[in-house]
Design a protein around this ligand. Structure first.
Ligand SMILES: *[C@@H]1O[C@H](CO)[C@@H](O)[C@H](O)[C@H]1NC(C)=O
Ligand SMILES: *[C@@H]1O[C@H](CO)[C@@H](O)[C@H](O)[C@H]1NC(C)=O
Ligand SMILES: *[C@@H]1O[C@H](CO)[C@@H](O)[C@H](O)[C@H]1NC(C)=O
Length: 167
């Protein structure tokens, strides 16, 4: 009896152990805390990673963006990023845009238009530092990152928090 109990306890432990080891590692967050905005958008973004983190003003940021496009990415497409003060989501802190084709497509050795389907690009650009900005401070903003076609139609939209270092 005792022996059987021991064996069954042992097998239960083994089952737990095998569950524990077969549980897949928590998948790394491919969107770095961002989520798709409410609504539907023709070109999904499934990967958005960036270095450095926090981003540093006066230095380049390097962004990997990937997803699936159901609409052609045309010449003149822009990526617009807007920062909001976290505790006041309606209060815009800044807004900048980069040319999607120049920043992401060309450095990848491709050209716009980019046809529908899976896409994956890495681009870098300088985050300008302006006078009268805070110094030696990290601030977190709510970011909205949206991609617009040349006619202003929204193709993709993510929002999430991002930290900015003011050197
Ligand atoms: C970007 O470049 C990589 C490597 O050359 C290539 O595999 C990939 O297809 C390119 N992405 C697009 C969307 O053209
Ligand atoms: C910053 O990015 C720009 C645009 O891609 C590039 O031309 C430049 O070489 C980069 N600078 C550094 C220091 O990486
Ligand atoms: C992000 O910006 C887009 C384009 O301006 C807008 O439609 C959307 O409502 C914004 N989303 C959030 C969560 O701020």
């Amino acid at each position: 009896m005792n022996r059987i109990n021991l064996i069954s306890i042992f097998s239960i432990l083994l089952i737990f152990a095998s569950f524990a080891t077969s549980t897949p590692l928590k998948r790394q967050d491919q969107l770095t805390g961002f989520k798709q905005c409410q609504g539907t958008f023709p070109n999904s973004i499934t990967v958005l990673t960036y270095t450095p983190n926090p981003v540093v003003l006066g230095q380049n940021v390097t962004v990997h963006i990937a997803g699936k496009a159901t609409e052609v990415i045309k010449q003149g497409t822009t990526l617009v990023y807007t920062g909001y003060f976290e505790n006041e989501p309606t209060k815009q802190a800044f807004q900048h845009q980069v040319d999607f084709c120049d920043t992401f497509v060309k450095p990848n050795g491709s050209e716009c238009p980019v046809k529908e389907g899976d896409y994956s690009f890495i681009g870098s650009w300088l985050l300008e530092k302006h006078p009268n900005e805070p110094q030696n401070l990290v601030m977190e903003f709510g970011f909205n990152i949206s991609v617009f076609d040349p006619n202003g139609k929204i193709l993709s939209c993510l929002d999430g928090p991002m930290k900015v270092y003011y050197p």
